[in-house]
Design a protein around this ligand. Structure first.
Ligand code: DGL
Length: 265
């Protein structure tokens, strides 16, 4: 691994910035290429084969263009179906993002956990397998949210003005379950990288307090495990943000905190 690695972070949109932010904190010296496949957003509404057909060749083009040392597939909807195909096709190490069911179930005191993801992610066999292997006796409720990723995407742009509390509440309400004996959900897995962008709103609108599990810090630790720790005195890295639609972000200053303070656009 070079001392100053190139890391390609990929998502359907800006949700992967929640992962990018944690990785950049750990390795601010790396070169970051953040790719938002906005031309195909939202991934949650595409079928499994359509996602494989889209992401596998696109990643090949991105690898050829940017020569990354490591790829972070910062998207649950893609990782739960495309990750194995990407690893079979390309030799670059790829860190995926899959629902954090294991830590959520291990930490739940009421043994009632909800998994909030896109409708694609909650349907996947991959997600079912995680529940079978790591459910640990918890009752796991899968909640496929049709609109929350788009609401979160809008929160980073001018569309943010039109996002209402009711619109967000309607997406998260099915996560909150209370049974006849009074036992209720105490842990919600944020199984879409877009959702931590709305964490303040989710916390404020929750019918009762829960632990929200954001896997980004764990993903950043995995990345550091592969590329190594930040070396003392390493110069600050740089970053570019690319949209597959070819557009440019109109608010680069809103994105800077995700890249360790640099304006990237
Ligand atoms: N950010 C993506 C995820 O983690 C999905 C959003 C979308 O539907 O495109 O699942």
């Amino acid at each position: 691994m070079p001392t100053r690695p190139t890391i390609l972070v990929f998502d359907s949109g800006l949700g992967g910035l929640t992962v990018q932010r944690e990785v950049a904190k750990a390795r601010p010296d790396a070169r970051y290429v953040y790719v938002a496949d906005d031309a195909f957003f939202p991934y949650g509404q595409h079928g499994e084969q359509a996602l494989i057909d889209r992401v596998v060749p696109l990643m090949g083009e991105l690898i050829a263009a940017h020569r990354p040392d490591l790829i972070v597939l910062a998207c649950n909807t893609a990782s739960t179906i495309v990750l194995s195909h990407l690893r079979a096709a390309y030799s670059v190490p790829i860190v995926g993002t899959v629902p954090a069911i294991k830590p959520a179930c291990a930490g739940s005191l009421t043994k009632r956990v909800s998994v909030l993801g896109t409708s694609g992610t909650v349907k996947r066999e991959y997600t079912q397998t995680l529940i079978r292997e790591f459910g640990g006796g918890c009752i796991v409720t899968l909640v496929g949210s049709p609109h929350l990723a788009s609401l979160a995407e809008g929160a980073l742009g001018s569309a943010g003005d039109g996002i209402t509390d009711k619109a967000i509440f309607d997406e998260i309400a099915p996560c909150f379950i209370q049974d006849a004996a009074g036992a209720r959900t105490d842990t919600v897995v944020l199984a879409c990288t877009h959702y931590p962008l709305l964490l303040d709103e989710l916390t404020r609108l929750a019918p009762w307090p829960v632990t929200w599990i954001d896997p980004a810090p764990a993903i950043a630790r995995r990345v550091v495990g592969l590329i190594g720790d930040l070396q003392p005195g390493a110069p600050h890295g740089d970053a570019v943000l690319l949209y597959t639609s070819g557009k440019r972000h109109a608010w680069p200053e809103a994105l800077a905190p995700f890249f360790g303070g640099q304006v990237a656009a």
